[in-house]
Design a protein around this ligand. Structure first.
Ligand code: FE2
Ligand code: FE2
Length: 144
């Protein structure tokens, strides 16, 4: 699967789009590190990066959804929480067993399903909602 941050992924929110772009960059780096045999180190780096930033990113997205009364807030939030739980579980596994093959496979699956697919699906749906939301549109106009 090619990892490319393309225009159609933009949700028209500068801060959140920047986060998504950064996440794509980080994921791409990990995948190329896997290909070069440096996967363990790269996975650990990405895990730490996500632990530092992703909860805040999710919270910002959720605040936006609440503010504009997004109808899929609950489902979207469930996905975020699932991701955070899985990340915590993987950290615990890593602490216990180190970078085992099981850990790397699970971590890889988490970043593909929980981040790359999530940005291309749930976050993109949020973008489509915002694009058609008159309140959001006028707020954006005022801010620019
Ligand atoms: Fe997001
Ligand atoms: Fe999201």
């Amino acid at each position: 699967m090619a990892i490319q941050f393309t225009e159609d992924l933009l949700i028209n929110h500068k801060g959140l789009d920047d986060h998504h772009r950064e996440i794509y960059i980080q994921v791409k780096q990990v995948l190329s590190a896997y290909a070069q045999g440096n996967g363990e180190f790269a996975a650990l780096n990405l895990m730490s990066f996500l632990e530092r930033h992703v909860a805040k990113h999710f919270a910002e997205e959720e605040a936006l959804m609440k503010l504009y009364k997004y109808q899929n807030l609950q489902q979207h939030q469930d996905k975020h929480n699932q991701f955070l739980r899985a990340l915590r579980d993987l950290r615990a596994e890593y602490t216990e067993t180190g970078p085992s093959m099981h850990f790397l496979v699970q971590f890889n699956q988490l970043i593909m399903d929980g981040l790359v697919l999530h940005i291309g699906r749930e976050d993109k749906q949020l973008g489509a909602f915002l694009k058609n939301n008159p309140d959001y549109i006028s707020q954006q106009k005022r801010a620019s």
